[in-house]
Every structure is written in structure tokens, then in C-alpha cells.
Write a protein that binds this ligand. Sequence first.
Ligand code: SAM
Length: 376
Amino acid sequence: FVEVREGLAKILVPKAERIYDAPVFYNPVMALNRDISVLAVGVLTPRTVLDALSATGIRGIRYTLETPAEEVWLNDINPDAFNLILENVRLNLGVDGERIGEKRFSFGEEKRVVANLDDANRLMAEKFRYFDFLDLDPFGSPLEFLDTALRSVRRRGILAVTATDTGVLCGAYRHACRRKYLAEPIRGELCHEAGLRILIGTVVRYAAKYDLGVEVLLAYYRDHYFRAFLRLKSGAKKADGSIEGLGYLWQDENGRFEYENSFLPRKPGSYGPLWLGPLKSQGFVDDMLKLAWEHPLAHKKTLPFLETLAGELDTPFHYDTHALARRNNLQVGKLAEIIEILRDKGYSATRTHFSPMALKTDAPFEEVLEALKALQ
Ligand code: SAM
């Protein structure tokens, strides 16, 4: 083992040539994901938190040390992971755990940490409507945990999901996307945003059967994964409202896209169903940014990334300048200049975290194309 520091935590991680060869998984690149999650928990101040797929325990330990959460559960199905979680919790809390079940240990009193060895679905089924903040951070798709998670989180709680099956959601494996997400994915420059929106749309449909609506606090794409922080809203009307946020996307060969809110697809060649509502709550992101300025962050890109998210126009889909140029036989123009031209005409236009070459705007397709042509 080697000891690494991340945020306020120090943890033992297995030594391995490649991260996927290690007996227990730890990916330092995901420190940004964990930073943002710590900030989210810091702003939301849940009392009870579950890190359902915990591996080394790093995520739940950071929630314990870096946020006001009072009771944090760390769970993994792998006994090697569970033993490492026990060690890492001892290392960070400086207290010995007390066995409270065959596969369960409790640490501390005012700040309580529970380490658990079990299938996450079984634990979540046991802890019905218990957690204020429930985090799913799986290998691949979170879908196999989604139903039990929606029952284990409180009715007005927060569900945080990571999905690393980007190939599936972005259309490289279309049949897998149909199978897992019951949705048609799009390929090309819109695939990441559409993939994120398919993921959210699927959670909306799963939640609706429990009479739960979904508010997107923040959702993003980064380093080949998707992440969403979703606040649940209790009631059939809230669920109906969220279902109304679903719809479909079309795109032609010039790069023009259209989208429409609708439960059923209305045109052939549509992609979805997918979420067409907001990808952020501006107040929530602003609060996270404020906290980020004073909080010790583990990843040097966390702050600039949050700033991009905070400044981004929250409108569905974007124009990738390289794709647009290629599709219309034009030279690629400078992104900043295209944005400038659109703003001068009175439109809103910003960069987007989805791609360093893309912009979000409320201008129609023709105007964006005109701006690109003006720079030839
Ligand atoms: N959350 C961790 C972090 O931030 O470093 C990484 C988690 S890792 C991507 C996924 C973990 O899920 C693995 O440790 C694996 O053993 C565990 N896992 C897989 N299937 C599980 C299941 N059904 N129940 C509980 N844990 C499971």
C-alpha cells in the first residue's frame, strides 16, 4: 500500500502498475469529481450520507472530514475494499470501530461513520428512505442500482450519480443504450451533451413511478464520465412536471439541430427520450463556487472547471465550431470571435464545458453559420 493525500483525507491505496489491476480501485483523476461532490455536500448540508460503492473509502471519508454531514455510510461488496475502508477510517478518525453487525462497523459518536460489507442493492433495500444524500459511483452504468437508490434516498433527498459508460450513452454501442437506458443515442459532436441528458431522462422516468420529480442541481461531462446531482421532489404532480421536461433531438447533416418536448417521438430519426430541462441551478453552482474559494481542493482544475460551469448559458445543446466548419466546408473561426459577433447582434453566447471548441447560444443556426462565414 501507499499513502496518498486528497483534500483533508489521507488514505492507503494498493500499489499497482495500472489502476484497473489493483485489488481495490482508486483513481486520482477522479479527485475533481470528489472535490465537486464535497462542495455539493458542503452546500446542501445533508445529515445522513451514503457512499454506496466506496472502494477505498476516500469519497465517504472526505464527506466526513470536509462537510457538516453527521452520519456517513461507506459500503462495498468486495471484502478487500471493506477491510481497506476499515483501515482508512481508523487512520482518519483516530478511533477504533465497534462491530455492530456481522458485516458492519461503527466509528465515532457525534460524527458517525458506518462501514458496511454488502451488495449496495441489499443495503439500500434495508435502509428505506433513510439517506439525505445518496452517492452512486459505479464502474460503468449506475442503472442497476437506480431503483433501490430511489427507495433508499429520502423523499426530498439528493441523488448523486456517476456514469462511466460514455461509449454506451454516446452512441458507440447503440443497442446497449437502448437496452440500459431505453433511449436512442446520437453520434457526433452532440453525443456528450445528449448522453448526459439521456442519463438524466432515465432517472426522471425511473423516479416518476415512485411519484418523485427531479430537479437538476448540477450535471456535467468530464474526463469520460457523466455526473449529476439531482434533488428529488415528492408528489405525483412533481413527477408529471419532470416528465414534461423530456423530449427528442434531431440534427441534419449541416449541423442544424432541433429539439422538442414530447413524451413520444414525433418525427422519424429522433434521438431520445432525453432531458431538455436545465443542467444546473445557478444559485447552487454559485454557492459551490463561493465555498470552493475557501475550501482546500485536491485537484487543480476543480476551480476553473466550476467557473466554466457557472458561466455557461444553460440552453439545450451547443455548436462545435470544428464540426460546423467541416460540415459546411468552411474554415474554422476563432471561438471567442464567433461569440463576440453573436453578442454584438444581441444574442447570448458562452463557452461550454462540453468542448473547448464549442459555444452555447440562443441564436438560430443561420446566425451561427453567418458568424463563421464572416470570419472566412
Ligand atoms: N467511489 C469510489 C471512489 O470515489 O474512489 C470508487 C468506486 S469504484 C468505481 C466501484 C466500486 O463498486 C468497486 O469498489 C466495487 O467493488 C464496488 N461494487 C461493485 N458492485 C457492487 C455492488 N453490487 N455492491 C456494492 N459494491 C459494489
